[in-house]
Design a protein around this ligand. Structure first.
Ligand code: V4E
Length: 228
């Protein structure tokens, strides 16, 4: 399962020009709606787990820990998350975290149950069973670029995001397979940031800004727990 290593940055007005000068290829502009879910007492997000539905697809971002000792500066500016996209695995991991159900993957469903699970009505059922509710919903317009053509592992992706609540942020992302070379990923992100002339400041993500503006109680708890 890949780990996403990311660094966010402030987009200056000439960012697209700079990307093109570096030979980045635009792979598309698209829009997506994200809905994020948690329990009423924020069981998932207080542990840095982020459950979302992006358009019709479920994703769970889980904190991933690097066992290497990369340069401090690069590490401080980047985040690492493992992304789970299989709905059964998501449900099973969420069950384990929320402790509403003891099993952590043992509750394998048969194919007809799986079909039902993917239907809207069943989706409501598992969300209700796990007492999950939507705490954030916003739409992002994204312009995606790729740098490097030597395959997934060495490719650097740059996303320029504009959220519908009036916040823009860029993101440099490298995918690393679990147990893969985290240090090299951090170096490639650092090199791309340097080429784009970015400074070394830590930049807030869309969720940080969304919660700060619209869910101040939730935001305060995450700050106290050092998640944000
Ligand atoms: C991991 C995380 C959250 C979930 C949203 O992640 P993010 O990468 O910000 O969203 P997006 O839309 O760019 O997803 P992608 O398309 O890349 O998969 S919300 C908060 N976090 C944690 C987090 C953090 N602690 N610090 C920073 C700088 N970003 C995220």
């Amino acid at each position: 399962m890949p780990v996403e290593v990311e660094r966010k940055f402030v987009c200056d007005p000439d960012i697209q020009g700079k990307l093109k000068k570096l030979g980045a290829v635009c792979i598309g502009q698209y829009q997506f709606k994200d809905q994020y879910f948690d329990t009423q007492d924020f069981t998932l997000t207080l542990r840095d787990f982020w459950l979302r539905k992006r358009e019709d697809n479920w994703e769970l971002k889980c904190p991933a820990f690097s066992h290497t000792k990369p340069e401090q500066r690069a590490e401080a500016l980047c985040t690492n998350y493992r992304e789970v996209t299989n709905l059964l695995q998501i449900r099973s991991e969420v069950m384990g975290i929320t402790e509403n159900c003891r099993g952590t993957g043992e509750d394998v469903l048969d194919s007809s149950q799986m079909k039902q699970l993917n239907s809207d009505s069943k989706e409501e059922t598992w969300l209700n069973d796990l007492k999950l509710r939507c705490f954030a919903e916003f739409t992002t317009t994204r312009c995606s670029y790729v740098l490097g053509d030597e395959g997934e592992e060495s490719r650097v992706r740059v996303d320029l995001d504009q959220a519908d609540f009036g916040y823009c942020v860029g993101e440099i992302e490298v995918l690393v397979s679990e147990g893969g070379n985290m240090q090299s990923a951090l170096q490639r992100i650092e090199m791309t940031a340097e080429k784009l002339g970015l400074d070394g400041e830590k930049v807030q993500g869309k969720m940080h800004v969304f919660l700060q503006r619209y869910r101040p109680d939730h935001f305060a708890q995450l700050v106290r727990a050092h998640v944000l």
